[in-house]
Ligand binder design. Sequence first.
Ligand code: PBG
Length: 320
Amino acid sequence: MINRTRRLRRNKIVRDMVSETSISKNDLIYPLFVVEGEGVKDEIPSMTGQFRYSIDNLLLEIKDLLDLGINSIILFGIPNSKDPYGKSSYDENGIIQKAVRKIKEKHPKMYVITDLCMCEYTSHGHCGILDEDGYVNNDKTLDSLSKIALSHARAGADMIAPSDMMDGRVKAIRDALDGEGFVNIPIMSYSAKYSSSFYGPFRDAADSAPSFGDRKTYQMDYRNSDEALRETEFDILEGCDLVIVKPALTYLDVVRRVKDNFNIPICAYFVSGEYQMLRDAVDKGLLNEDAILEAHYSIKRAGAKLIITYFAKDIAKKLK
Ligand code: PBG
């Protein structure tokens, strides 16, 4: 016998010594949903243990996150009013703008990333401005996205994450931000964002399901991965600072291909449907709780630096 690979598995110390990947609290970004009103903390029916918060309760939650060592969040807004143009998305007194201002006032240490999209704000639920025939008009949407980005930046957002999947949006947003002097706000682009059934629970949570059709004319086709490299390349050329692959668990091959082809930090989004499948399996005792860590390590192994995950608190507690 020449090779005994079991030698390096003999006890926990040596296993830890030779472990190739690790998860730090710095890698975790926690998604939060914010609604208008006061005193609201409603559990989202499709997402066990996740809540919609009004701003007052959001601030309390953020205090808990900081105490756990989670220093970054990504915010999703659920507005009171919607219209075909999604105007409430760039209202200076819109839900996200108010929330960011308050968070930065109370908890300036929390790093606030804002998801930039229109689907929560449009009455039709699509991620942009519609032509008469219902097609999402790319270039008209870019104007709105720029306005939203500016309103987030003025409110104090630390990083902007466009998730709409329009072509040319990174450049449009970069130009708009730079034009107002926000040269130091990074853009984390959802570069490889697939048209996925795994977003189902999120759409219930954010009330953002399209009222007709689907998102296949702008989000990516799940049969492709060469296309993910093209999307990533264009976003990098347009000046994004980090890239997102989404979903995560079902797209680990894409994470790895992006890692091997580009030199830029990758964030993988462990999406709502992936969360709920695993949550259910663990809660029902079908899987051991360690499955949660194992799933996150698979994402790190694939090459992601950051993970947006509804499990962030569970993991932070385990790392304590
Ligand atoms: C907005 C957006 C979506 C998600 C994040 N940003 C929904 C969608 O594209 O339909 C999904 C996140 C999740 O499922 O956890 N466009």
